[in-house]
Design a protein around this ligand. Structure first.
Ligand SMILES: Nc1ncnc2c1ncn2[C@@H]1O[C@H](COP(=O)(O)OP(=O)(O)O)[C@@H](O)[C@H]1O
Ligand SMILES: [Mg+2]
Length: 409
């Protein structure tokens, strides 16, 4: 076992003295505050399948707690030995078969350049229906713009992810491609590993002292767990929004938005900050409501506004992917609708992965969907994934059918 802390994080100043409503900055830049996971109040682990000693040794499992909670084992990867009491070894990555590629979204338009444009992208566009040839030309031009923009966005690809808390395996061989510029919804009953999977996508899983994992997470082809990939970059590129809005309550709205800059070491002039605050709040759909009170405390906003403030804070450091763990479950229907609309706009700029228990929300906001399930005592896995419409209208697996139709979970 080795200490996987990024040495660069040693130089990062600790979280500000002000207490956030939730563990702050793991969404943009954790410095190892494991309390971030208190939102993931773990259900008691009752069904831990003991890992045989030989496997334990082979996989490099250790239970030693890290000083700042970042001691982390990545199974199936080559891990240099860190200390005499460590159990470390090297095995080949699990040779699980590749998961079938995700279903291609239905193509509703093809650009003149030959780009296939997903239905949702076309829905999201504001093409006027003037009728006739000019409308068609306009629609094709818009489709082309969307396709071009999507080419610049980032794809996240999780391959053969397995995860453990101590000896308790909670995910088994999960592979999922989260396409660029689309919203991928993770659905499934409580406890099947959705939040764990999400936290693995931006290296927050390793904040739990006993946590370990196997597999790869590729952002545009680069494994974010590769030793050459800096933790700080993974957190910058892949932002996170939690279930409970977690702004600094006493800090101004303005300072909340740019709080991530300091912790990521990004420098900006006053003008640049002003611009960043405005554009981030605009993208988060909050600018109009707060532009005249940027110096007011973030804690004075409504729950829905606070959540959008947290989205703005994540956006301010220009992530390529935004992870959202049940971002609306603590909000009223109106705030939920505003956040959903905001997501529709945001996906033009970045890739989104959302965990939701709300099946209507999954259908409204996502183009891709993955159904997670954990049988009694077994680790969570993906039963079925693909185009959201197909998952809801004609699921292949009867368990998917039952879940999306509210028969369990
Ligand atoms: N910090 C933790 N320590 C130990 N076990 C945990 C921790 N977090 C989650 N778990 C366990 O991992 C499993 C998956 O949890 P989670 O990823 O939160 O599921 P979901 O988000 O689908 O409800 C559960 O059995 C849960 O008890
Ligand atoms: Mg969860």
């Amino acid at each position: 076992m080795t200490d996987r802390r990024d040495p660069e994080l040693e130089g990062v100043s600790p979280a500000p003295a002000e207490e956030s409503a939730d563990p702050y900055m793991t969404d943009v830049m954790s410095v190892g505050d494991a309390s971030v996971l208190r939102d993931a109040e773990a259900a008691p682990v009752t069904s831990a399948e003991p890992v045989p000693d030989a496997t334990r040794a082979t996989l490099g499992i250790s239970h030693r707690r890290a000083r700042r909670g970042a001691l982390f084992g990545r199974r199936g990867a080559e891990v240099p030995t860190a200390g005499a009491d460590d159990v470390t070894s090297v095995i080949a990555p699990p040779s699980a078969p590749d998961f079938p590629p995700p279903t291609t979204p239905p193509v509703h338009a093809t650009s003149s350049a030959g780009y296939a444009v997903p239905a949702a992208s076309v829905r999201a566009s504001s093409v006027s229906l003037l009728g006739g040839a000019s409308a068609t030309a306009e629609r094709l031009a818009e489709a082309e713009r969307i396709a071009a923009r999507q080419e610049e966005l980032s794809e996240l690809d999780a391959r053969s992810i397995s995860a453990w808390f101590g000896d308790h395996q909670v995910l088994l061989d999960v592979s999922l491609t989260m396409p660029a510029g689309q919203v991928t919804a993770l659905i499934g009953p409580s406890g099947c590993g959705k939040s764990t999977f999400l936290r693995i996508l931006n290296r927050m899983h390793e904040l739990v002292p006993s946590a370990s994992l196997a597999g790869e997470v590729r952002l545009d082809g680069d494994d974010i767990y590769d030793p050459s990939h800096r933790l700080i970059d993974a957190r910058k590129d892949i932002g996170m929004v939690f279930q409970k809005p977690n702004p600094f309550p006493a800090m101004s709205i303005y300072d909340n938005v740019i709080a991530g800059l300091k912790l990521t070491g990004m420098r900006a002039s006053r003008d640049e900050k002003d611009h960043l605050v405005e554009t981030s709040l605009q993208s988060a759909g909050l600018w109009k409501e707060v532009k005249d009170r940027l110096r007011a405390p973030g804690g004075g906003l409504s729950g829905g506004q606070q959540q959008r403030l947290c989205i703005a804070r994540s956006l301010a450091i220009k992530p390529k992917v935004l992870l959202m763990d049940e971002p609306c479950s603590a909000l009223d229907p109106t705030s939920t609708r505003v956040i959903e609309e905001t997501m529709g706009e945001l996906q033009k700029e970045l890739t989104i992965v959302i965990v939701t228990h709300n099946m209507q929300q999954a259908q409204r906001v996502s183009q891709q969907c993955a159904f997670f399930l954990a049988s009694q005592g077994q680790p969570g896995h993906i039963v079925e994934h693909g185009d959201t419409e197909a998952m809801f209208d004609s699921p292949i697996d009867p368990r998917t059918y039952d879940y999306v139709n509210g028969r369990f979970g």
